[in-house]
Design a protein. Structure first.
Length: 238
């Protein structure tokens, strides 16, 4: 018997395993996957449109299969959905990479794929309302809070840079000038991606300690550091 709000409105057929409900769920999940895939592709993130469509359809049919096994064959657990979630966890873990600048990439896309697989399985079980609410919350999290996250990061006393020096002997000069400038170096690592390139490249994490600097943006601070004689190139990470 339907217990979902949307299923109640549509009728008992929508909560059962049949051709009509399967077709409806397929259309809905493709629309949701297209919306999410376009958002990821537009921003040049990994896992674009086709990947998310395939993932979502597979997860949805796992939910439909489990629903059939539980309601008709009386299997006591959702083994297809469990297998899908394990597979998605492995796949999404492999999409998280470190760039040449030691920046983590693909994390948001990975958790987005994981969340989409859960939403798809829920839809497969016939919980239309929960799936649509979950998808709306997912898109709000990706779109509405992006600007807020950027604003919070820009106001933080901590930031990280990709630093290229003209020579390795310039490192001590840079450290001295950064401290005089009002920056505390929390961590400094030689970037292994450039180990054999002849470049002196580092990833540096700063804490702003100078009172005058706390009123400046990270971009202003980085611009001031970029004019130092020892600096060849510098940019913010994240």
């Amino acid at each position: 018997m339907p217990t979902d709000f949307i299923a109640d409105l549509l009728g008992a057929w929508s909560a059962e395993v049949n051709i009509a409900s399967t077709a409806l769920k397929t259309v809905l999940i493709i629309i949701m996957a297209v919306v999410l895939g376009c958002e990821r592709s537009k921003n040049r993130h990994a896992a674009g449109l086709r990947t998310l469509i395939v993932l979502s359809i597979g997860s949805m049919f796992a939910g439909i299969g489990d629903m059939y096994f539980i309601t008709v064959l009386h299997v006591g657990f959702s083994f297809l959905s469990a297998a899908v979630f394990i597979g998605i966890s492995i796949i999404t873990a492999n999409t998280i990479i470190f760039s040449s600048k030691n920046q983590i990439m693909g994390l948001t896309t990975s958790v987005g794929m994981w969340a989409m697989s859960i939403i798809s399985a829920i839809l497969g079980f016939g919980l239309y309302t929960a799936a649509l609410i979950g998808f709306a919350a997912l898109m709000i999290g990706l779109l509405a809070f992006s600007s807020l996250e950027t604003y919070i990061k820009s106001r933080s006393n901590h930031f990280e840079i990709h630093l290229e020096l003209k020579s390795r002997s310039s490192l001590q000069d840079f450290i001295t000038m950064a401290r005089e400038f009002g920056l505390k170096i929390d961590n400094l690592e030689l970037n292994p991606a450039y180990a054999n390139s002849g470049l002196s490249v580092y990833t540096v994490k700063f804490t702003i300690v100078g009172k005058s600097l706390k009123k400046k943006s990270h971009n202003d601070i980085i611009e001031a550091l970029s004019v130092l004689d020892c600096v060849y190139y510098i940019e913010k990470i994240g």
